[in-house]
Write a protein that binds this ligand. Structure first.
Ligand SMILES: Nc1ncnc2c1ncn2[C@@H]1O[C@H](COP(=O)(O)OP(=O)(O)O)[C@@H](O)[C@H]1O
Ligand SMILES: [Mg+2]
Length: 332
């Protein structure tokens, strides 16, 4: 069991009952609704769900970089035992430089176009753990990190501006920067999905390898079940700002228990020549007036009266496998 094997002080990240609303011209969009999960040292956690269900917002909430119109309505995020929303400016800087780093879907937006990679990399390292190190040492650390992400000719890369590199190279540079600063937690937001599939595949392999070698914790965000199955050991299935099911990845894939998870898995195209999936009828609810009960109830073919009225409690259906559904395990 997870709790039995890993000491409690290995807990890096704890999100408890987090709720976030976006204010748009005076209207509240209640996007995140009671998100809870944890990440321990070396753990690979997945967050999967349709686009628009709040995955990126969850990652941004962890680093406290949500847009200005976001309001935290409740809950908490703590990193290494400290409440992120009560941290001083200095503590926040430290967490972002040394603790947790984010890799974005589009690597171009993460790099500054007017500075060379060398300048950006060394600045990032300068403010990380051993700030007093001489420039030559930082340079060799950066060059080593570029080699670790399989970039040939680090010297040339260091001299380049972002526009001189391909998308895959830029993504590798971003990963190298996250790793070199000695962070313990990597927040990977659909890494490489803006790149073509073969490059995306290489990037995922690289992340998996580095996570393993350096014993990093990772939160892998994806809309792809295949990616999640391959690269995580624990998964949270997200629907419309809520986590509907969570558990060991193999367990959840073998015995999905929430109707949304079951439907999501049925959508994956099969190579066996079966007919195309029909998808999940309906769409993610309007966040200005989300259902008071289960947020999936309006699309759920098994929904009964109670589902739309009251939030289903999170129930442990087998060790470490949690489902928020009144009728979980009734064989959907
Ligand atoms: N700054 C914002 N203002 C208003 N709505 C936002 C803002 N950022 C995100 N949203 C809304 O929050 C929802 C979740 O977005 P996001 O976290 O990006 O989802 P995902 O990463 O799963 O695709 C979407 O409906 C999106 O339109
Ligand atoms: Mg996103």
């Amino acid at each position: 069991m997870r709790d039995g094997m890993i000491a409690v002080d290995d807990l890096l990240l704890e999100i408890s009952d987090l709720s976030v609303t976006f204010d748009v011209f005076g209207h509240g969009y209640h996007v995140l609704d009671g998100i809870s999960f944890q990440a321990r040292k070396g753990e690979r956690i997945g967050l999967v769900g349709e686009s628009g269900c709040g995955k990126t917002s969850t990652l941004k909430a962890i680093l406290r970089v949500l847009p200005r119109n976001a309001v935290i309505n409740g809950g908490s995020v703590s990193f290494s035992g400290k409440d992120v929303y009560k941290m001083s400016g200095r503590e926040l800087d430290l967490m972002r430089r040394n603790g947790a780093g984010m890799i974005f879907q589009d690597p171009s937006s993460a790099l500054n176009p007017v500075f060379t990679i060398e300048s950006q990399f060394l600045t990032a390292l300068k403010y990380s753990s051993d700030a007093g190190a001489p420039r030559s040492e930082l340079y060799s650390r950066a060059a080593q990190a570029l080699e670790n992400v399989m970039l040939a000719d680090p010297e040339r890369i260091m001299k380049s501006y972002p526009y001189q590199l391909s998308g895959g190279m830029k993504q590798r540079v971003c990963i190298a920067m996250t790793i070199a600063a000695g962070r313990q937690l990597m927040l990977a937001d659909e890494p490489g999905t803006s790149l073509d599939v073969t490059i995306q595949d290489q990037i995922l392999r690289l992340i998996n390898q580095l996570v393993q070698d350096k014993n990093l914790a990772v939160i892998m965000v994806s809309h792809s079940l295949g990616v999640i199955r391959e690269s995580t050991s624990y998964v949270n299935i997200m629907y419309a700002g809520t986590i509907v099911e969570s558990g060991g990845t193999e367990d959840v894939f073998k015995k999905p228990a929430h109707p949304y998870t079951v439907a999501l898995m049925a959508c994956v195209p099969k190579l066996t020549g079966e007919e195309l999936s029909k998808g999940i009828p309906g769409r993610v609810p309007d966040y200005s007036e989300p259902p008071v009960g289960c947020r999936f109830s309006a699309r759920c073919q098994f929904a009964r009266d109670v589902c739309g009225r009251m939030k289903p409690p999170r129930t442990e259906i087998s060790p470490e496998h949690f489902v928020s559904c009144y009728f979980a395990g009734e064989g959907f």
